[in-house]
Design a protein around this ligand. Structure first.
Ligand SMILES: CC(C)(COP(=O)(O)OP(=O)(O)OC[C@H]1O[C@@H](n2cnc3c(N)ncnc32)[C@H](O)[C@@H]1OP(=O)(O)O)[C@@H](O)C(=O)NCCC(=O)NCCS
Length: 170
């Protein structure tokens, strides 16, 4: 494992790198995200900054020096009846850095952070049904499948099913 990698919560100073890796992920893995390169490549810098300045959407990054090689976002639900839950979004590790344990460490950082908040009882995520690498990673990190969402994504007139996974922290 490369010991030059650091893990941290990103803020607006990471905007350029975050934008770069997020657009790279959307371009390289169009079936693995609900959003699209077409939509997000139109975002202005203000929008990217607001993403990294949102207290209810915390983005964890894996950095080699100043270069981001992996990201994942924890979205906290804020409504009275759902604020005990949070969701994982936008998980991506650059292709050249995959399979080195970076994804697992990002998820572990996110879980530990969630536990530290004391209010989060459950974390959920959705993942494309055929995305074996991500499903394996989530399972290894302690997530369990609880539902299937048929035809969740439609890309170029083809449909893709997603599965839902969760982890109870209490
Ligand atoms: C899924 C993804 C985040 C995994 O990141 P990663 O840094 O490569 O994952 P890790 O190295 O921490 O792997 C952890 C475990 O996941 C599983 N895994 C990861 N990549 C795998 C692959 N290509 N094939 C099979 N299993 C894989 C393995 O069980 C692995 O543990 P092991 O190496 O001890 O066997 C990365 O492949 C990625 O960014 N994919 C494209 C975007 C994506 O699918 N995002 C998820 C959206 S829900």
């Amino acid at each position: 494992m490369n010991n030059k990698i650091s893990f941290q919560i990103l803020n607006k100073t990471n905007m350029e790198e975050y934008k770069r890796i997020r657009l790279e992920g959307l371009k390289n893995s169009p079936l693995n995200f609900g959003s699209s390169f077409e939509e997000e490549s139109l975002f202005n810098n203000k929008k990217w900054i607001s993403r990294l300045s949102n207290n209810n959407a915390i983005t964890f990054g894996a950095l080699i020096e100043s270069k981001l090689v992996g990201v994942v976002t924890l979205t906290l639900n804020t409504r009275l009846k759902t604020k005990h839950t949070a969701e994982i979004h936008a998980m991506y590790v650059s292709e050249t850095h995959q399979r080195k344990g970076i994804g697992s460490k990002l998820i572990n950082s996110l879980i530990e952070y969630s536990k530290g908040l004391k209010t989060i009882e459950q974390i959920t995520l959705s993942v494309e049904k055929e995305n074996e690498s991500a499903i394996k990673l989530y399972r290894k990190s302690g997530f369990m499948r609880f539902a299937e969402v048929p035809l969740a994504l439609k890309v170029e007139n083809k449909y893709y099913d997603f599965i839902m996974m969760n982890m109870f922290l209490k």
